[in-house]
Design a protein around this ligand. Structure first.
Ligand SMILES: [Zn+2]
Length: 235
């Protein structure tokens, strides 16, 4: 849907269904999007963009050649903030992805995190899963970031086969499960580009690492960075 049409539809919907905070459920006031000001302030931000050697970078860089890593907030299962990701993924609340991504992009832009980045590639989803979910949430996040930064979104990263849902597997099971799923198409288009891989939440890191490995194997000249809405704490 075109941006203007989506904005029009959103304002129409909010006239009939007042928006509430995705964390505490309070009604949102003018200027608040998805989160109320209180929950926004209390959100456990990672601030990874301020520290190039942050814990997530350390977790990922030993597996794949990754330049920069950033993430908006720490994801804790059972924490009320986990509802944001859950509703984005499973309850078709795409506005959560758009608004949190815009917030993330605005917050990290001054750090020069986006400098030199040519293209965003969302972590892909198998086509059948995408049809059932209604959209790929990583693509929605990329669209929100694009609204702020103007960085183009590519479709070069593909899920070449389906895999069982990650949530029921242990760490090692998830690791094996993600292996060989991701592939790159039209690799020549990515030569010498700095690519930002976009994910919703990084847990074990297996998905993002396998995506980055697929890009690095197909396009050795590409630089790769990673951005997610949320990440789990180490340990
Ligand atoms: Zn709230």
């Amino acid at each position: 849907m075109q941006k203007a049409a989506r904005q029009w539809l959103d304002s129409l919907v909010s006239m009939f269904f007042p928006q509430v905070c995705g964390v505490c459920g309070r009604s949102l006031v003018e200027g608040e999007k998805v989160l109320c000001s209180h929950c926004n302030l209390k959100m456990s931000r990672t601030n990874f963009h301020l520290n190039p050697n942050n814990e997530l970078a350390s977790r990922l860089v030993c597996h794949a050649p990754i330049c920069r890593v950033a993430s908006l907030y720490y994801y804790v299962r059972e924490d009320p903030y986990s509802k944001l990701i859950h509703n984005l993924k499973y309850n078709r609340q795409r506005q959560i992805g758009i608004e949190l991504a815009k917030m993330l992009a605005k917050e990290i832009s001054p750090s020069a995190f986006f400098n030199g980045i040519n293209l965003m590639l969302p972590v892909p989803m198998h086509w059948w899963k995408e049809i059932r979910r209604g959209y790929n949430q990583s693509r929605i996040i990329a669209e929100g970031i694009a609204e702020v930064t103007g960085i183009e979104i590519g479709d070069n990263l593909i899920a070449s086969r389906s895999h069982a849902t990650q949530t029921r597997k242990g760490s090692y099971g998830r690791w094996l499960n993600a292996e060989g799923i991701y592939a790159v198409k039209n690799a020549d288009d990515l030569m010498n580009k700095h690519i930002l891989v976009i994910d919703d939440v990084i847990t074990t890191g297996s998905t993002i690492i396998h995506c980055c490995e697929a890009i690095a194997d197909a396009v050795p000249s590409a630089k790769i960075s990673v951005l997610s809405l949320a990440t789990t704490r180490l340990g």
